[in-house]
Design a protein around this ligand. Structure first.
Ligand SMILES: Nc1ncnc2c1ncn2[C@@H]1O[C@H](COP(=O)(O)OP(=O)(O)OP(=O)(O)O)[C@@H](O)[C@H]1O
Ligand SMILES: [Mg+2]
Length: 275
């Protein structure tokens, strides 16, 4: 049984791609078969694995979506890239920006990505979807295709701004398209617990949302090497294997993704992260 997980927050720069790339690399290191679907025209997850421009791969998300729209077969063999970190990747690039207007005129436009992923997901233990920072059709497609959603929230003053819109969008998708969709949890990212501000924000997120949504006990520290890894084409598991953010993602993977019993416990502990 595969699990499809969207990493979503319409707020930009909160650590969605860092989480998608790091978690995919980590789960692969733990022996899981992982497909990372880049569903963002910025193509950051694609670049994160070293595919820096379109000449490096023959097909992309745009071709796959177009095939679903046209009722044509998808050539998964040609579409899926096998990265050096044992993560399979469906790449995306700027051409995906042209898909949103096309979707406007397509029947059942909210489930185009789901139909694509349903055709391949059983080959994998986990399918992770890195989404773009908007609340439009593309994000609804990602939510409709997923079993659960992880919401990265940056530990900064306006970090939770827009959360109510995102939660409304998740609930509407659940009600109308995907009744089994679950919020796996809110992941607090880029923490710096040396500052009172960062500690206060993490605590505010827990008190605001923790009573009705799982907020992961594990948070992700802000860390220079993590920022550096963006743009070098490697996950932090290769670039900085002993780093604090790397250890934090590893703990998150073990506690949340690889141990189902612990996931059910919904911890209410103080924030922890590895230093
Ligand atoms: N733990 C971290 N420590 C330091 N820098 C980080 C960390 N996580 C992410 N960053 C940096 O913050 C920036 C935004 O992260 P990322 O690209 O993952 O966000 P995003 O939510 O995917 O953004 P977008 O909405 O544009 O897709 C990047 O430059 C990344 O390198
Ligand atoms: Mg991103």
């Amino acid at each position: 049984m595969s699990e499809v997980i969207a990493i979503a927050n319409q707020k930009g720069g909160v650590g969605k791609t860092m989480t998608a790339v790091s978690m995919s690399a980590c789960l692969a290191l733990h022996g899981k078969k992982v497909l990372l679907v880049d569903f963002d025209h910025q193509g950051h997850a694609t670049k994160g694995y070293g595919y820096l421009d379109r000449s490096k791969y023959p097909l992309s998300m745009t071709d796959a979506i177009q095939s679903v729209i046209n009722g044509a077969d998808i050539n998964f063999e040609k579409l899926i890239l096998h990265t050096s970190e044992n993560v399979d990747l469906i790449p995306a690039n700027i051409t995906l920006a042209g898909i949103a207007p096309v979707l406007q005129n397509v029947m059942c436009r909210e489930t185009v990505l789901k139909r694509m992923i349903d055709g391949i997901k059983e080959e994998y233990d986990y399918v992770l979807i890195d989404t773009n920072p908007t609340l439009g059709d593309l994000q609804i497609n990602a939510l409709a295709a997923s079993d659960s959603v992880v919401i990265p929230v940056q530990s900064e003053p306006y970090g939770v701004e827009g959360m109510s819109d995102l939660l409304r969008s998740i609930n509407e998708t659940k009600r109308n398209l995907n009744p089994n969709l679950k919020v796996k949890g809110i992941l607090i990212t880029m923490t710096d617990y040396r500052t009172n501000l960062s500690r206060k924000i993490a605590s505010d997120v827990r008190s605001c949302f923790g009573t009705h949504i799982n907020v992961f006990k594990q948070t992700i520290p802000r860390c220079v090497a993590a920022a550096e890894s963006t743009g070098v084409g490697q996950s932090i598991f290769v670039y900085d294997p002993k780093g604090a953010a790397t250890k934090a993602y590893d703990t998150l993977a073990k506690e949340v993704f690889l141990d189902v019993n612990k996931e059910k416990e919904r911890p209410r502990h103080k924030d922890t992260h590895v230093r």
